[in-house]
Design a protein around this ligand. Structure first.
Ligand SMILES: [Zn+2]
Ligand SMILES: [Zn+2]
Length: 282
């Protein structure tokens, strides 16, 4: 009898210690930082072979292939060994789909669509594209209004909201939402030749975006920066050199004078990007 009481008392004491201990450990848990710290994204291990990729401009106000239609806006297809990703959709789905057709890109072969930001010249082609191919996941900034998210669902597609940086596909990452205004995400590809940064309009500032990409991927160089640079000051050409950017392909909203300044500085490392242009990174 005494033994049973002893065991019971022992159990009660142990349980008490357990509860006390869990309360203490609860108390010493560090508080979540309130500042937006740089999150860690899981990057493929260094030993893995980096992919060869192809970038194809399917929508731009600059023209490379005269058989394609130009229009104010931006859309680029990213071909990786794994899949095809459409980054932005231009302003008009008819132009987008017709350009894709002329370039021999089947819209139904695309599985992922990334929308950089809410402006019509990047988002406008999405609805019509989804009518053609709804078997996709659309990665949208989390700040997008419910009406756009509902439209994606209504068309039969899925969406993933982006706020923090994350992986989109093998060796393809988003910078996460950065504030412009508006909120905008850019893509980072860890290619065979190095980092490739693709921007829609670069409202958060093209230099900030490149800096962010380098920080996230822990690299001191960038192989290529491509997309709309949003009329930065000419001094950004020098800053690109300091950031270790090897090649540039400014288009869409970069502005003619900035584009020419890049052409002058980068010479053979300046890529004339515009609708119909294909860049193979091998
Ligand atoms: Zn914009
Ligand atoms: Zn734009």
């Amino acid at each position: 009898m005494n033994l049973k009481i002893l065991i019971l008392a022992g159990i009660l004491i142990l349980a008490g210690i357990g509860i006390w201990f869990s309360i203490q450990t609860e108390k010493i848990k560090p508080e979540q930082p309130k500042m937006k710290a740089l999150p860690n994204i899981s990057i493929e291990s260094k030993g893995e072979e980096k992919p060869e990729i192809t970038l194809i401009s399917v929508y731009d106000n600059y023209q490379v292939n005269p058989e394609l239609k130009t229009d104010w806006g931006f859309a680029t297809v990213i071909k990786t060994p794994k899949e095809l990703i459409l980054f932005d959709t231009g302003g008009n789905s008819e132009i987008l789909l017709s350009n894709m057709e002329k370039l021999g890109i089947d819209p139904t072969s695309i599985r992922k669509v990334v929308i950089s930001h809410i402006h019509g010249d990047h988002l406008g082609g999405l609805e019509g594209f989804l009518e053609r191919n709804s078997n996709v996941t659309v990665f949208v900034p989390s700040s997008f209004p419910q009406s756009i998210k509902s439209m994606i669902i209504q068309k039969g597609a899925k969406f993933i909201e982006i706020s923090a940086p994350r992986k989109i596909s093998d060796f393809v990452y988003t910078t996460g939402e950065l504030y412009g205004p508006p909120e905008e995400q850019s893509l980072i590809i860890d290619s065979k030749r190095g980092l490739v940064v693709i921007t829609g309009c670069a409202h958060p500032g093209i230099v900030n975006i490149v800096r962010r990409a380098k920080e996230l991927m822990k690299r001191d160089k960038v192989y290529l920066v491509l997309g709309g640079f949003h009329r930065p000051p000419i001094s950004c050409v020098k800053e690109f050199r300091e950031l270790g950017v090897e090649k540039v392909a400014p288009s869409h909203c970069t502005g003619d004078s900035v584009r020419e300044a890049f052409r002058k500085e980068y010479k053979e490392n300046f890529i004339e990007y515009g609708v119909g242009k294909t860049i193979e990174i091998r």
